[in-house]
Design a protein around this ligand. Structure first.
Ligand SMILES: Nc1nc2c(c(=O)[nH]1)N[C@H]1C(S)=C(S)[C@@H](COP(=O)(O)OP(=O)(O)OC[C@H]3O[C@@H](n4cnc5c(=O)[nH]c(N)nc54)[C@H](O)[C@@H]3O)O[C@H]1N2
Ligand SMILES: Nc1nc2c(c(=O)[nH]1)N[C@H]1C(S)=C(S)[C@@H](COP(=O)(O)OP(=O)(O)OC[C@H]3O[C@@H](n4cnc5c(=O)[nH]c(N)nc54)[C@H](O)[C@@H]3O)O[C@H]1N2
Ligand code: SF4
Ligand SMILES: [Mo]
Length: 682
C-alpha cells in the first residue's frame, strides 16, 4: 500500500510544531518532524513524536450513543442529532435561552470554534459559551487587555533566539512547552543569555539559571512589586519610555514604594539580595523576555499577577521590540484560536464585544438573524455553578473533560448529574461523557481540515490524513448539522475554508487570512488585509490601546492557607509525558509506560516527620475530598508544600482543589489549597 506524508500541526501544546503524519490507507503508522517549520525546525517532543498513536486506538468512539439506564446503547446519527437539537431547543423554549450553555474546545480547529459560538449565539440566542481558556489564561486575556490592549504573547517564538535575558516565572517551560524551553536552554548555553527563574518548585530550567529562587506559593504580586521597588530605588527605570509610551506611572511608583526588598522577603521568602540582583539584571538587559504561564494565572489574584508583570516590562521599556516583551505561553494547541474565534462569553471573534450594538448588528446581518443576545454570558466556571444551582438545565460539551479538569470535581460531578440534558462530543468515552444523555463520536486532528493558531498567534493549516473511525464525523459537520436540525439555515459549508472565509470577513485581526495564504507556514495575526504580511511583534511604536496603562496592584493572600487541620500547601500541575485528563496520552503506550500512575511530591524533611518512605501510599485530603497516591520523596518541593499532577482521573487532584475564583477573570485557584497528609492504612 502507498505510504503518504501529510503535513499538519501537533495536537498537543501551543508551540504549534509542524509534523508529518505517515499513513497507509486509513491507518496512521507514524509521525515525522518537519525540518523547515519555523517553530520546530526538525524537532518534536515526545508527545509530538507519538501523536499518531491515540488516533488509531481501539477505544475511539465510532458510533453515536444514547443513554439507556446506567449505560449507553448505540444509535444512528439521525436520531442522535435530532435528540441534541430538539432537547436544546425545548429546554431553551421552556426555561429561556440562558438556561442552555455551550463548552467549546481548544483541541478543535478555529473553524469549529467559530461554528460553536455561532451556534450558541445565532441559533440558541445565548452568550453562554466558553472553553478551557477560563481555567488557563483568562487572567492574561483580561489583564493584558487592560494594560496593553491585547491579551496575547507580544513576541514570536523566533524572538527567543535574540533575547539577552529570560525571566521565567510560573512556567515549567521545558516540560510544558518543550520546543520553547529548548530555545531558552540553547540561548543560555550557546549565546550566554541570562536566565532568572522564580518558581516554588525546582524545575528543570533552574539548572541553567543565572539566578533562581523558590518563592512562597501565591506571593508573585508581592515579588514583582518588590522587583519594581528595587528598580526604582536604583534609578534603573526607563524614563524616556515611560514618558513617551505609558500612563499612570505616578500611582505605580506610590504603590511599589511600600514593597521594599525586606518586606517582600517576608511575604515571598525570596532573599532581599536575590530580589535586588534580579531587578538589576532584568532592568539592565538590552532585550529581556518575561515568560509566564499557570503559576501566575491560576490564582484568585491571577489578573493582578499578570498586570504586575506588564507593569514591570513597561517600567523598564522591555516591551514592543523584537526579542523583548511579555510572553504568556498559551497551553493547548488551539487555545489562542478558540479565544480569537469568540468561544468566550463576552466577545465574538476578534475580541469584538457582544455589548457593542454595532458589533451585534454586523454579526446579526451576516448570520441572517434578527438580533443577537447583548448580555455577556456565563464563564465555564459559572456554568458549572449554574448547573449545580439548577439555573443551567442543558449543556453541549465538545472536546473538554470537566469531570476531571475542573476544580472541586465532586461538586462538578454532582452538577453534571443534575442536568436535564447533557450532550458530549468527544473522540473517547471520557469521565464527562459518562454523564451524557447523548454522546457524539468526533474527529481527531488527523481526520479533518482546518486551522490552529499557536501561542505566537500563528494561524496554521491542519490537514486531513485519514478518515474518521467507524461512523465518527468531523466536528464542524456535526455542529452545522445540529444548527440545521434546530431550524437554522445559515451553516451550509462544503469545506472548512468557507468557514474561515466567513470568519475572516467579520474579524479584522484575521481579515487577510485565507487558506491559500496559509499554505507554507501560516500567518501571525493581526493580519488585516489580503496583502498584509502578518505581525510577529505586537505594540511596536504604540500599544494596541494607545498608551500602555500601568495598573498598580497590591498583594493579596490566597483563598485558602494552611492551618492546624490542613497544614500543607498543595499545588497542582502537569508532567512532560501526559496531557491533561490523559484521554489521549493515556492511550499512547510510550507515554503511559513512562508515567503510569499518580503520585504526590513531598520534601524529604516532611517525609521524615510523617515516617513515609518513597513509594509508600499517602492519603491526601482537603476540605473537599481525598485521594490516595504514591509518595515521591524529592527536593523539588519545599518543606510544607506538596505537588500532585492533575492528569489521573482515578486519583484526581481536582477532588482536592478549591473552586475559589479570581473576581475578574473567573479563573480558579488551581495552584493553591490546604491539605492534610496521612500514611494510607495507618
Ligand atoms: N506535557 C504537557 N504539556 C502541556 C500540558 C500538559 O497537560 N502536558 N498542558 C498545556 C496547557 S493547556 C497549559 S495551560 C500549559 C501550562 O504550562 P505551565 O504553566 O508551565 O504548567 P503547570 O505545571 O501548570 O505550572 C507551571 C509552574 O507553575 C509553578 N507554580 C505553582 N504555584 C506557583 C505560584 O504560586 N507562583 C509561581 N510563580 N509559580 C507557581 C509550578 O511549580 C510549575 O513549575 O502547558 C501546556 N503544555
Ligand atoms: N488541578 C488542576 N486542574 C487544571 C489545571 C491545573 O493546572 N491544575 N489546568 C487547567 C488548564 S490550564 C486547562 S487548559 C484544562 C484542560 O482541561 P480539558 O480541556 O477539559 O482537558 P483535556 O484533557 O485537554 O480535554 C480535551 C478533550 O478533547 C478531546 N478531543 C481531542 N481532540 C478532539 C477533537 O478534535 N474533537 C473533539 N470533539 N474532541 C477532541 C479529548 O479526548 C479530551 O477529552 O485543565 C485545567 N485543570
Ligand atoms: S512542543 Fe508542543 S507542539 Fe511541539 S511536539 Fe511537543 S507537544 Fe507538540
Ligand atoms: Mo491550559
Amino acid at each position: 500500500m502507498e505510504t503518504r506524508h501529510t503535513h499538519t500541526i501537533c495536537p498537543y501544546c501551543g508551540c504549534g510544531c509542524g509534523l508529518y503524519l505517515v499513513s497507509e490507507g486509513d491507518t496512521l503508522t507514524g509521525t515525522l518532524p518537519s525540518s523547515r517549520h519555523p517553530v520546530s525546525r526538525g524537532s518534536l517532543c515526545v508527545k509530538g513524536w507519538n501523536s499518531h498513536e491515540f488516533v488509531n486506538h481501539p477505544a475511539r468512539l465510532a458510533r453515536p450513543l444514547l443513554r439507556e439506564g446506567e449505560g449507553f446503547a448505540p444509535t444512528d446519527w439521525d436520531r442522535a442529532l435530532n435528540e441534541v437539537a430538539t432537547s436544546l431547543s425545548a429546554i431553551s423554549k421552556r426555561h429561556g435561552p440562558d438556561s442552555v450553555a455551550f463548552l467549546s474546545s481548544a483541541k478543535m480547529t478555529n473553524e469549529e470554534n467559530y461554528l460553536m459560538m455561532k451556534l450558541a449565539r445565532a441559533v440558541y440566542g445565548t452568550n453562554n459559551i466558553d472553553h478551557c481558556a477560563r481555567l488557563c489564561h483568562a487572567s492574561t486575556v483580561a489583564g493584558l487587555a487592560e494594560t496593553f490592549g491585547s491579551g496575547a504573547m507580544t513576541n514570536s517564538i523566533g524572538d527567543f533566539d535574540e533575547a539577552d535575558l529570560f525571566l521565567v516565572i510560573g512556567s515549567d517551560t521545558t516540560a510544558q512547552h518543550p520546543l520553547i524551553g529548548t530555545r531558552i536552554v540553547k540561548s543560555v548555553l550557546d549565546r550566554g543569555a541570562k536566565l532568572i527563574v522564580f518558581d516554588p518548585r525546582t524545575i528543570e530550567l533552574v539548572k541553567y539559571a543565572t539566578l533562581s529562587a523558590r518563592q512562597r506559593n501565591g506571593s508573585d504580586v508581592a515579588l514583582v512589586n518588590g522587583l519594581m521597588n528595587a528598580i526604582i530605588t536604583a534609578g534603573l527605570q526607563d524614563e524616556a519610555y515611560i514618558a513617551a509610551r505609558t500612563e499612570g506611572f505616578e500611582e505605580l511608583r506610590k504603590l511599589v514604594a511600600a514593597y521594599t526588598p525586606e518586606r517582600v522577603e517576608e511575604l515571598s521568602s525570596v532573599p532581599a539580595r536575590d530580589l535586588v540582583e534580579a531587578a538589576r539584571l532584568y532592568a539592565g538587559a538590552k532585550k529581556a523576555m518575561i515568560v509566564y504561564a499557570m503559576g501566575i494565572t491560576q490564582h484568585v489574584s491571577g489578573v493582578e499577577g499578570v498586570q504586575a508583570l506588564a507593569n514591570l516590562a513597561m517600567l523598564t521599556g522591555h516591551v514592543g521590540f523584537p526579542g523583548t516583551g511579555v510572553n504568556p505561553l498559551r497551553g493547548q494547541n488551539n487555545v489562542q484560536g478558540a479565544c480569537d474565534m469568540g468561544a468566550l462569553p463576552d466577545v465574538v471573534s476578534g475580541y469584538q464585544k457582544v455589548a457593542d450594538p454595532a458589533v451585534r448588528e454586523k454579526f446579526a446581518k451576516a448570520w441572517g438573524v434578527p438580533r443577537l443576545p447583548d448580555k455577556p454570558g456565563l464563564a465555564a466556571t459559572e456554568i458549572m455553578n449554574g448547573a449545580a444551582a439548577g439555573t443551567i438545565k442543558a449543556i453541549y460539551i465538545v472536546g473538554e473533560n470537566p469531570a476531571v479538569s475542573d476544580p472541586d470535581t465532586n461538586h462538578v460531578r454532582k452538577a453534571l448529574s443534575k442536568l436535564e440534558f447533557l450532550a458530549v462530543q468527544d473522540i473517547f468515552l471520557t469521565e464527562t461523557a459518562r454523564f451524557a444523555h447523548v454522546v457524539l463520536p468526533a474527529s481527531s486532528f488527523a481526520e479533518k481540515d482546518g486551522t490552529f493558531t499557536n501561542t505566537e498567534r500563528r494561524c496554521q493549516r491542519v490537514r486531513k490524513a485519514v478518515a474518521c473511525p467507524g461512523e465518527a464525523r468531523e466536528d464542524w459537520r456535526v455542529i452545522a448539522d445540529i444548527a440545521r436540525r434546530a431550524g437554522y439555515n445559515g451553516m451550509n459549508y462544503a469545506h472548512p475554508s468557507e468557514i474561515m472565509a466567513e470568519a475572516a470577513s467579520l474579524t479584522p485581526i484575521y481579515g487577510g487570512i485565507s487558506y491559500d495564504r496559509l499554505e507554507t507556514f501560516g500567518l501571525q495575526w493581526p493580519c488585516p488585509g489580503a496583502s498584509h504580511p502578518g505581525t510577529p511583534v505586537l505594540h511596536v511604536e504604540k500599544f494596541t490601546r494607545g498608551k500602555g496603562a500601568f495598573k498598580p496592584r497590591d498583594y493579596k493572600a490566597p483563598a485558602e492557607t494552611p492551618d492546624a487541620e490542613y497544614p500543607f500547601v498543595l499545588s497542582t500541575g502537569r508532567l512532560y509525558w501526559h496531557w491533561h485528563t490523559r484521554s489521549m496520552t493515556g492511550r499512547t503506550s510510550t507515554l503511559e509506560r513512562e508515567s503510569p500512575d499518580c503520585f504526590v511530591e513531598i520534601s524529604p524533611a516532611d517525609a521524615k516527620t510523617l515516617g513515609v518512605r518513597k513509594g509508600e501510599k499517602l492519603k491526601v485530603s482537603s476540605r473537599r475530598g481525598t485521594i490516595t497516591v504514591r509518595a515521591e520523596v524529592t527536593e523539588r518541593v519545599k518543606a510544607g508544600s506538596v505537588y500532585v499532577p492533575f492528569h489521573y482521573g482515578e486519583a484526581a487532584a481536582n477532588l482536592l482543589t478549591i473552586a475559589a475564583l479570581d473576581p475578574v477573570a473567573k479563573i480558579p485557584e488551581f495552584k493553591i489549597c490546604a491539605v492534610r497528609l496521612e500514611k494510607a492504612g495507618a
